[in-house]
Design a protein around this ligand. Structure first.
Ligand code: NAP
Length: 266
């Protein structure tokens, strides 16, 4: 019996690391693919490998997502291609360099790629998913979204945006049949570290996960319908308690009276 075709997944940052593995694993699950990144040669090589192995249709869309015109081309495709059922917002850069040693122009480019691009791509695709009552968005955040002291603060802030945006999107879109997942990888063995100025070999190997393991676990979380997936966190009850505390506070955060601890001087 023929299975329902899962549709087409558009994966950003698919030319290497985590994104390339998403592409591979999604093709294995029957998705056709649109692969986005800057490096055309690497995208073409990956597309050939994956389509040969899986028999799926794999297109490449070379684009610098930090460039507004190139980003707009990807947005247009997300609005117009009705076969797209899954957006994986994965492209991103990071660094461990502290604020005072990092260049603000470079930090701004990081925000363009890590924040503006996934936000605009989600904006482009969400109305189409809602209209069809079907679709999913996977946003690759990071554990620094909840532990910004670990690396560069702009990087942590950009990933906190991705987490908060995902939580809000999920809240708004769930009733329309659209699934949203935020993935928070810990240190993962990819080029990310060398590009950010600290090769992964310099990290304690006990905290570094294989990218294959990260993506396989994250996709299991996706298939289970998780809102937030942290593959490297063993004590899942810690996240549950953190999230429960946040939600319990949510209804008490606004008030027409000042909290007593600030009213003492009046
Ligand atoms: P990676 O191997 O360096 O991959 C990054 C991908 O993003 C590449 O495909 C790169 O392709 C693409 N990219 C970079 N700049 C781009 C641009 N301006 N326009 C379009 N594409 C661009 O690193 P990774 O570890 O797989 O990173 C993937 C995601 O995981 C990132 O969002 C990162 O923040 C997140 N993450 C990584 C770790 C980790 O420890 N590795 C931990 C937590 C979160 P091109 O160079 O071809 O453009």
């Amino acid at each position: 019996m023929a299975h329902t075709h899962p549709g087409t997944a558009l994966v950003t940052g698919a030319s290497s690391g985590i994104g390339a593995l998403y592409a591979d694993r999604l093709a294995q699950r029957g998705y056709d693919l649109i692969l986005v990144a800057r490096n055309r040669e690497r995208l073409n090589a990956l597309a050939n490998t994956i389509s040969t192995r899986s028999g799926r249709a794999v297109e490449v869309l070379p684009a610098d997502l930090g460039d507004r015109a190139a980003l707009a081309r990807v947005e247009d495709l997300l609005r117009e291609d009705a076969s797209i059922t899954l957006l994986v917002n994965n492209a991103g850069i990071g660094t461990h360099t502290p604020l005072l040693q990092s260049d603000v122009e470079q930090m701004t480019r990081m925000v363009d790629l890590n924040v503006t691009a996934p936000m605009r791509l989600a904006y482009a695709v969400a109305p189409a998913f809602v209209a069809r009552g079907r679709g999913a968005i996977i946003n690759i955040a990071s554990i620094v979204a909840i532990a910004p002291e670990l690396l560069n603060g702009v990087y942590g802030g950009s990933k906190a945006f991705v987490l908060a945006f995902s939580q809000s999107l999920r809240h708004e879109l769930a009733a329309a049949g659209v699934q949203v997942q935020a993935v928070l990888p810990g240190a993962t063995a990819t080029d990310f570290w060398a590009i950010g100025g600290r090769p992964v070999e310099n990290l304690d190997p006990r905290i570094v996960m294989r990218a294959e393991d990260l993506v396989d676990a994250a996709l299991l979380g996706f298939e289970r319908g998780e809102a937030v997936t942290i593959p490297s966190l063993h004590a899942s009850e810690k996240w549950d308690a953190y999230d429960a505390a946040r939600l319990a506070m949510a209804g008490q955060l606004s008030s027409n009276t000042v909290a007593p601890r600030y009213a003492a001087a009046r």
